[in-house]
Every structure is written in C-alpha cells, then in structure tokens.
Design a protein around this ligand. Structure first.
Ligand code: PMP
Length: 298
C-alpha cells in the first residue's frame, strides 16, 4: 500500500502531499515539530512528546491547532493508514498560511498541521548499533533557544552534512567554553571510567530530549550514577563509552570521536544494556484507533 500523509484536515497520498507556498513554515521556518518512535505497534513516550510540543507552541505563541485528543486520533490514523508497526511518526505545526510579512499574521489564522509516518526496520537500526558510530565535532553556531523544537534546523543540516562527508554518523556541537552541547539531531552522553553517566543539563544549550529523559529514568532504575554537567572533548576522548540518544535512534553507541577510537572501538556493555532495556522505562501507547469511522483517503 502506498504512503498517506495528513495535511490540514485531509489524508492524502504522500506523493501529492503539499502545503501552500506562503506557509510560514516554508517561508520563515515559523513552526515546530515532533518525532515519536513506534515500536511493536505502540507509540513510545507519546505524553512527554506532546507535552514538549505544547511547550514549543507556547514559546512561539502559535495557537494549538486542535485538542490533544484530536491530535492523538490523527496520529493513530496516520500510523494505521501507513501500516507502521515499527518506525516513526513526524508531526509539524506552523503558524499557518498568510501573505509574506515577518510579523505574525492576523489572529485567527489557522496553524498548518502535517503528519507523516514511515516504517523503519529495527533490524537495520540494530545492525548500525552493533557496530557503533562515529561523530565529528563542529563549532556551536545555533541560536540561544534550541530548547524549542523548531523546524529552523539549518545549522543542524550543515553540521550533519559535514559529519556525513567525514564518514561519520553525527556532528557534536562544541560551545565557546569547549564543552559539547549536543548532536545535530541527538543528545550526547559519555560514560566515565567509574561507570558514571554524564550528559549536559537540559537547562541551557540543548533540546530536552525525550529519549534523554527516558535514559535518565532507566539509569536511576538500574542504579547508575549520573552527572548532568557539560563535558569537554578531552573527557569524551578518554571516556569508557559514549552514546547518542534520540527517538529515531534510541541509544546509539559512539565508538569514534573525530580521529580518536574509544576503548577497543566496539560498543561497550553499559551502552548495549541501556539500548536493549530502553523500552522498560518508556510509556507505551497501543495503536488501536478509538471508535468512529476512519476518515477516507482523498
Ligand atoms: N537534540 C536535537 C537537536 C534533536 O533534533 C533531537 C531529536 N529531535 C534530540 C536532541 C533528541 O530528542 P528526542 O530524544 O526527543 O528525539
């Protein structure tokens, strides 16, 4: 079956899904987004993802386009219409369509809502994780409000392209104090020789990753000590293990930072354990569509 997208109230073939040329997301990056993992027919950590979406909208003064109940219903429809059992759902809300002017459009302009879902093979992801990935460092050059999950991702795009060209999987931003902030689309972690997990506090300079929050809970459950503080490149290069977290990659072992191979160049036992047991600490919402007729695809 071909893919289906939700665009402003309609379920349309993915190949024809489009928004207006004067959508403010298209013209100004004036919008926010979320990505949730779908695992074994369940939405992972939906509540915290939607809480963060609400916060992002509020920070940008974009009105909520619909109730949470309605949003969840659309999410479930999109996932089910695309028959996704394992994969991701992408949701984007922008300030809507209006003649191009920087200041906000008139009150009452409806926000635009787009959702897509796609299958991702867990086996393929696990194969990547089994080998571990490399990261390269780039200078932090983003604005001060990276805590808001906006679609304005140009520095992230350029950083991740640089990583790709260097044969790496991710780019780590390094701030003016020489401390790693986060990756282009992931949060950054190291594990010290004594087994302590270290990640930057979510108070400033990073997106408060939902997977990061999950790993914090899991680490507590497992009795690991955790330090939420910045860490330098020197510390990272001498770490016992390192990893990335994100909804789309979960817990991804890092085995190389720039030219430095970590340990024996293989994913370490702590990271592997956190990856394997990640869903033990997450909220799992089953994908049954609640009552009523499924909207037709047009
Ligand atoms: N930082 C950035 C810059 C990201 O884009 C993402 C993923 N969207 C993350 C961290 C990880 O967040 P989450 O665990 O909620 O996917």
């Amino acid at each position: 079956m071909s893919r289906v997208a939700y665009v402003n109230g309609q379920y349309v073939p993915h190949s024809h899904a489009s928004v207006h040329v004067e959508d403010r997301g298209y013209q100004f990056s004036d919008g926010v987004y979320e990505v949730c993992e779908i695992w074994k027919g369940q939405i992972v950590d939906m509540t915290p993802h939607l809480d963060r979406l609400d916060r992002s909208l509020k920070e940008l003064q974009i009105p909520a386009p619909m109730s949470r109940r309605a949003l969840v219903r659309v999410m479930k429809e999109v996932i089910s219409l695309n028959r996704v059992n394992n994969g991701i759902i992408y949701m984007q809300i922008t300030r809507g369509v209006a003649p191009r002017e920087h200041n906000f459009p008139p009150a009452g302009t409806p926000p635009s809502v787009v959702m897509t879902a796609k299958s991702v093979s867990p086996h393929k992801m696990d194969q990547v994780a089994a080998k571990g990935v490399g990261v390269v460092t780039v200078e932090e050059n983003r604005w001060d409000r990276v805590d808001i999950k906006t679609v304005g991702l140009l520095p992230n795009v350029l950083a991740k392209q640089k990583a790709k060209e260097a044969g790496a999987h991710e780019a780590w931003f390094v701030d003016k104090n020489g401390l790693i902030t986060e990756g282009g689309s992931t949060n950054a972690w190291i594990i010290l020789k004594d087994g302590t997990l270290v990640t930057r506090p979510a108070t400033h300079g990073i997106l408060r990753g939902i997977t990061r929050e999950g790993v914090l809970k899991l680490a507590e459950k497992k009795g690991f000590s955790v330090e939420e503080r910045g860490f330098s490149m020197d510390e990272a290069k001498n770490a016992r293990e390192a990893f990335l977290t994100s909804a789309s990659g979960l817990v991804m072992p890092v085995v190389k930072i720039n030219e430095t191979i970590l340990g024996d160049g293989q994913p370490g036992p702590i990271v592997q354990d956190l990856r394997k047991s990640f869903h033990d600490a997450s909220e799992l919402i089953k994908l049954t569509v609640a009552g009523g007729n499924a909207p037709g695809v047009c």
